[in-house]
Design a protein around this ligand. Structure first.
Ligand SMILES: CC(C)(COP(=O)(O)OP(=O)(O)OC[C@H]1O[C@@H](n2cnc3c(N)ncnc32)[C@H](O)[C@@H]1OP(=O)(O)O)[C@@H](O)C(=O)NCCC(=O)NCCS
Length: 159
């Protein structure tokens, strides 16, 4: 009789991000970015009622988060990051799918991403985002350019 395989990647549960999640968010943020957001930046964003702010949890731990602001012309994905130990296992995909479900498949979405961040660019392309231009020297820490990406209304995704 065969032994059942242990589940190495338990399900990701996505729910709204709370102020009480912020210590875990900051711990991931500092490992994810060369110029991490401060605690007060997260507090400010979470204070906006129109914001879509989500936490991904796996095995009882917060393993990723996304912050998406609603503007008149588009929803703007401001921040997304995943704990390094949980990458390439669908966490960011689960977060993006829930953002698009909550923001509406008929919404327009935009974001900026470092030109060197090819992993994130691949992720966004899977969800229908396309590069439409650059913001020269957008990132103050190293003067890197940003690619501006837009997801057209109703764009399909591959996931
Ligand atoms: C970018 C980031 C959020 C991706 O999170 P993730 O949970 O690992 O992403 P997923 O597992 O959902 O990836 C889905 C798909 O995106 C693409 N992708 C994601 N990370 C990738 C990488 N490092 N290299 C190449 N492709 C990548 C792949 O197509 C992947 O599918 P696959 O694993 O079946 O090949 C994560 O690497 C991270 O937190 N990076 C640091 C913070 C950051 O750069 N945020 C984005 C700022 S704009």
């Amino acid at each position: 009789m065969s032994t059942p395989e242990r589940d190495q990647t338990p399900t990701v549960a996505v729910r709204p991000l709370n102020f009480s999640d912020l210590p875990q968010v900051i711990a991931i943020e500092r490992r994810a970015f060369p110029a991490p957001w401060s605690l007060s930046m997260f507090v400010l964003e979470l204070s906006k009622p129109s914001e879509i702010a989500l936490a991904a949890r796996r095995g009882g731990r917060l393993v990723g988060y996304v912050i998406c602001a609603r503007y008149d012309e588009a929803l703007h994905i401001m921040n997304i990051a995943v704990d390094p130990a949980h990458r390439r296992s669908g966490v960011a995909s689960a977060l993006l799918e829930e953002v698009i479900a909550r923001g509406g498949v008929d919404g327009s979405y935009t974001l900026e991403v470092r030109v060197s961040n090819t992993g994130a660019i691949s992720l966004y392309e899977r969800y229908g985002f396309r590069g439409v231009g650059t913001r020269p020297r957008y990132y103050a820490d190293n003067g890197e350019d940003a690619i501006i990406m837009w997801r057209a209304i109703g764009a399909p995704w591959e996931a």
